[in-house]
Design a protein around this ligand. Sequence first.
Ligand code: FMN
Ligand code: ADP
Length: 310
Amino acid sequence: MRIIRDYQYVEAADRGASVAIGNFDGVHLGHQSVIDLARAAAPDAPLGVLTFEPHPREFFAPDAPPFRLMGPEARASQLAKLGVERLYQLNFNAQLASLTPEAFARSVIAEGLGLQHVVVGADFCFGKGRAGTAQDMQAFGADMGFGVTVAPLLETSDATVSSTAIRTALSEARPRDAAAMLGHWHRIEGPVIGGEQRGRELGYPTANMSIDGLHPPAFGVYAVLVDVLEGPHKGRYQGAASLGVRPMFGENRANLETFIFDFSGDLYGTHVSVALVDHLRGEEKFDSLDALITQMDADCTRARSILAAL
Ligand SMILES: Cc1cc2nc3c(=O)[nH]c(=O)nc-3n(C[C@H](O)[C@H](O)[C@H](O)COP(=O)(O)O)c2cc1C
Ligand SMILES: Nc1ncnc2c1ncn2[C@@H]1O[C@H](COP(=O)(O)OP(=O)(O)O)[C@@H](O)[C@H]1O
């Protein structure tokens, strides 16, 4: 998959694609069906996704609480897994935000990227003031020479699949419900960072990861699947992770701390991906470190049996 960040000066090989447009936060089942429509609309064209970075909501409200399900790297790797060959990840800035719907269709889609076909969801809005609708896109396509498919909103048996519904499920400690809408586990990805070096003393060294900039799932202890994505320890593991502020040890910045079963080795700086499978309990402040360790032993036993049953 090639990532193209500018809609001007695009190479010939990166033009003529059939593209799904949107933010693709989470790359959930609805997003996957939109991508399938882009593939079906022009099977011989390069398959693409047109998205924005930062997320337009982050651009317009930079101080709002973090809401994203994934960062741009995790999104790109998830899209690549679906067979996307071109990721047009346009820099969302004041200039792009100021384009009218017609100027966006002409300058970005028709002329800049030379797209052959675009697929948008039925609720898609675009251009300055979000004034353009999916129907407007169809009219521009007819006029400017690109095909347009409007994808219906995907529903599961009980709800419309949406990034918002997935955020709610994660906030309410229902990671399996989130996974049912995502079509994959919700994952937190990034490099392992240093902590207080307390874990090894407790007998539970934990690979720590930042959750800055991400929608925080419910705090507490989770059964997790761990993919070490690179380096000598690359592979799939199981574990138990604590997500939150660690009330045993004062007020801390929320992060994710993962104890990996049957593992020893140095993971600092290594990119890992942690999938939240089940929420076991909330974070607690125990009377003693021994009480915490006893509870961690129980958490790990329970996580092992949950993960063995997957
Ligand atoms: C399975 C598990 C359960 C945990 N439960 C709690 C908890 O209930 N309360 C808490 O304050 N910290 C909890 N933690 C976080 C540990 O306190 C933290 O990982 C440990 O202090 C290591 O910190 P360090 O990585 O900065 O060295 C838990 C960690 C794991 C792996
Ligand atoms: N089973 C394991 N699970 C997680 N990390 C481990 C494990 N064994 C060794 N490590 C290494 O130990 C580090 C965590 O040790 P810890 O004492 O908790 O330090 P820190 O406070 O820096 O996270 C991890 O980042 C990783 O490099």
